[in-house]
Design a protein around this ligand. Sequence first.
Ligand SMILES: C[S@@+](CC[C@H](N)C(=O)[O-])C[C@H]1O[C@@H](n2cnc3c(N)ncnc32)[C@H](O)[C@@H]1O
Length: 406
Amino acid sequence: MNNLTGNNIRNCSMQFFNLFDLLMHQAKEYGLTEAQVIDHFKKLNITKTQILDLKNRTKLPDIEKFKQGIMTITRMNQLEIYLSMGFVPSEYRDSYFEKIKEIASLLTKRESKTPNPIQPYFQTNLGKLYKIDCIEFLRTLPSNSVDLIFADPPFNLNMRYDPKVNDNLSVSKYLNWTYEWLDECVRVLKDGGRIFVYNIPKWNVYVASYLERYLTFWAWIAIDMKSNFPISGRLYPAHYALVSYIKGSRANTFNNQRMPLQICRHCGGEIKDYGGYKLKLNPKGINVSDVWVDIYPVRHTKTKNRKYNELSVKLMDRIISMSTNPGDVIVDPFGGSGTTFAVAQLLNRRWIGSELGDCEGIKSRILNPEQDECLLKKVYEEKNHLFLNESKLLRQKNGFWLPKDS
Ligand SMILES: C[S@@+](CC[C@H](N)C(=O)[O-])C[C@H]1O[C@@H](n2cnc3c(N)ncnc32)[C@H](O)[C@@H]1O
């Protein structure tokens, strides 16, 4: 430890979201490995579990020798540590505000580079796909030019994507990266335009609180997770989060979407009790709520365009139909198998997107749209009906009510 000198953070435009990331970042800066850090604390009777617990903390531990150890390794005092994590402790807030001009005068802006011109990997009459990093791509788009952004980024769950994608980042790296592409999304969105971000709740909590600074909350949609596994000591994770914000105070477009009433697939009886209102239900179906239980993962090998995390045509149709009209511009920075682009193309919307990994699959999907046309046709057959034909037969057989004109 004796050779540690200086207290600057080099090569780092980071905010740290927990003490562990800050500790390890600083240790690395001063030539220490994670194992050496753990070893250092072991000598102070601080266990590995206590160190890993710093991943859940932004407050320095109460144990004095642990706290001192962190300050020694990071070469920072308490205040510097808290400022690195992006917050001003309450006892400093008055003087922080009094000195705000002085502080601002000390900070320098990162040089903004003019984006390099980019060439599409392929294009259609309505859209363009770029095989490029999403931030580089978004930087080329003009401000206030997009009606809808749909983003389904990697969830940082150590999944295997293209070798250029690291899906196992530290919390701080993942969130700093997320905020960087969100900044660009906010810039390119039109007034009255809407963004949807699809992720697990753990990350969308951060996404929502970041977007709160710039946009207006529109919805937090829970999408029922069909295949899930219990995690010991935790609640069974059963939904993906789809968070949506609007630029400005009002959305330019909201096309209400209707879906069939949910019924028991064995007897045909309704699952929710509509009491005295059931005969007043709109024969075109139930208004879609913010809990979506009718979205299924793309499972069948016959209809799959890639091995994993392909979203369904039904989900993308709902989002696109709800938020845009023909001719509107849709952006998806994380193309994947290209579901957003394929559905946008079939619904006559303009689209632009990026994908860092393989783009050949997206191209061939859009140039050969028969399968997506078929899936979309089925989605439209099921939309705007209170009951599907087979449900009507089942209900009739079991003596359940049906709308008059069915
Ligand atoms: C969860 S998948 C998107 C799936 C897509 N919604 C679909 O329905 O197929 C995320 C995609 O983002 C891509 N990706 C990851 N990091 C990227 C980046 N920095 N720039 C562009 N694409 C990226 C990955 O290669 C992956 O295909």
